[in-house]
Structure formats: C-alpha cells, structure tokens
Write a protein that binds this ligand. Structure first.
Ligand code: 3PG
Length: 306
C-alpha cells in the first residue's frame, strides 16, 4: 500500500518523521509531495497512491479520477471544503478529517490576533485590553471551545452561538449561549469566527451583521475567507472607522484592505493557524493512524462522506 503525503504547505519535519513511523510499522510505503506549485504534479503523484494525506490541498474530481488505486483521503485538519465529497463517494473513496487535532494551535493564534488588534498592531500607541471585553465565539466546535478556555484566562466575558451545538454543552464551559447570530454580534465587541465554509455560510458575514457590533468592534477570522462578504466588509470599514479586521486567511481583495485600513486590518501572508509542530504532529500522525485503521481493519470513524 502506498500512502502519499501531498502538502502544498508542508508539515514540520518532526511530524513527517512521526507519520513515517506509523506507515513503516504497518508495512506500507510513504511518498512525499511537498511545496508543489502545479496541479499537474499532484495529478502525477496520486496516480499510484492507495491513500493520501492532505491539508488545504484541493482534491477535486480530476484528482480523484487520476488516482486509480485510491481508497482513502484524510484531510489532516478540520475543514474539508477542499475535497469534492461527491466525486469521492462516486469513486468509492472514503474521506476523513482529524477533528480537534490542530484546534489548540488555531485557538492560540485567534487570541494572539486579538491582542495584536487591540494593541494597534504593536505600533507603539496606546491600545486597549481584552479583560472585561465581551467575546463572541461564532460556532462552538473544537476551535471555539479552545478559544473559550484561553479567553477565560484573559478575563473576557464569553458568549457563543452555534446552530448545532446544544446550549447545555456551551454553558457547561461557563460560556453564555445566545439564541441567534444577530444576538451574538450585537452583544460582542470582539467576534471570533469558527464556522466552516458551506453553501449556507459562504458570504454570510456581511455588512448588516457586522454593523450590529458595538463601538470598538473587532472581527477575528481564523476560519475561512469564503464566509466573508469582502465587498461589504470593505464598505463597513469605510463607514465605521472603529472597526478592525484581523484575518489568518488572506482576502482576495487584500491589497484594497491593506491600503484603505492601515492600522486596523491585518492578514497573515499564508494561513498559519495550524502551523505549529504540535498541531502538525497531532493531525499528521492521527491521519496516518486513521489510514492504517481503515485499510487494515475497516475502521471508518471520522469519515465525512458517509
Ligand atoms: C483546518 O481546517 O484544519 C485549518 O484551517 C488548518 O488548515 P491547514 O492544515 O491548511 O493549515
């Protein structure tokens, strides 16, 4: 069995070593395609792969068709909007993610971006503190929970809204569960996004929603750029000079944001929420173990295209 790690944004070497140990112990072969720049390279590399480990790499119908031996794709991470689930199912390919494995890394970055934002991008001027501010966690999954845990240490008042997570689960963590997205945004000065990119959420963070936020508002996005209506966020930031946007996923219109909103807009050059040795090790080794469990014992826990 051949397991391909195809990562345009590579894992830390220590994580690759861990993946290799798992694959070697199973008697499988490991192949690496890192930092590739052309889709053709991926199409060639998948040709004889039985299993693939990816990150945000695009696995569309063409990639699946090119992978004649493919049985399983594991997205080492949370969001699987980069995989064509229908094409995978049609080809009999199992798709999994590794939920929770990189959640702390993303949550730590979200809090880091909050501090960076309220301290005026460390430009030497007087900023504000997070203590006592109302934080809204938009979606209470693995990352949202970790954000709540860390934000408590900052002394923030924590609120959350999640359409799917029961209120009792949220409130067990000492977080106030609100009834609607609108209520979350009108209550909180800082909102941290943790929603996946789906047909329902795409473009859903728009002018009307963000304009409900109180004065001194800040939006922190460590989720997906597709959920943001960029044109409307630009309009909102033009109308509201108090509004800040910190993002780990560079907008398509980054140049416009950077030019118009210097000092209250920041984007990482490349999504780095999950770029820690620990998260790479956790997600990468979990992916390798899930592949072995599936190929050897048929274990399909974490399959997302059932
Ligand atoms: C995820 O969905 O797990 C995060 O967005 C991290 O993505 P990455 O593995 O491409 O950094």
């Amino acid at each position: 069995m051949k397991v391909l790690v195809a990562t345009e944004k590579p894992f830390a070497k220590v994580a690759i070593d861990g993946i290799k140990n798992v694959i070697d112990a199973a008697g499988y072969e490991l192949a690496l395609l890192e930092k590739y720049t052309e889709k053709a390279q991926l199409l060639e590399a998948v040709a004889d792969a039985d299993a693939i480990i990816i990150r945000s790499d695009i696995v569309d119908a063409e990639v699946i068709a090119a992978a004649k031996n493919l049985k399983i794709v594991v997205r080492a991470g949370a969001g699987y909007d980069n995989v064509d689930l229908q094409a995978a199912s049609a080809a009999g390919v199992c798709v999994m993610n590794t939920p929770g494995q990189n959640a702390n890394a993303v949550a730590e970055l979200a809090l880091g971006m909050m501090v960076y934002g309220v301290r005026n991008l460390y430009n030497g001027t007087s900023g504000t503190e997070l203590m006592g501010k109302k934080l809204g966690i938009h979606a209470y999954g693995n990352v949202g929970r970790n954000v709540a845990r860390i934000a408590k240490g900052f002394g923030m008042e924590i609120y959350a809204y999640d359409a799917f997570c029961p209120k009792e689960v949220i409130e067990q963590d000492g977080v106030t569960a609100l009834n609607s997205v609108e209520e979350l945004y009108s209550t909180c000065q800082v909102v941290s996004l943790h929603i996946p990119a789906t047909a329902e959420t795409k473009n859903s963070i728009n002018y009307d929603l963000l304009n409900k936020m109180p004065k001194g508002a800040m939006l922190v996005n460590t989720a997906r750029k597709e959920v943001i209506n960029e044109t409307e966020v630009i309009k909102l930031m033009e109308d509201r000079t108090d509004f800040r946007y910190m993002t780990d996923i560079m907008p398509a219109t980054h140049a416009e944001f950077a030019e118009k909103f210097a000092g209250r807009y920041f984007s990482t050059p490349k999504k780095m929420g999950a770029q820690t040795a620990e998260a790479n090790i956790n997600a990468g080794i979990a992916a390798a173990n899930q592949i072995v469990g599936f190929l050897r014992d048929g274990i399909n826990r974490f399959q997302v295209n059932k």
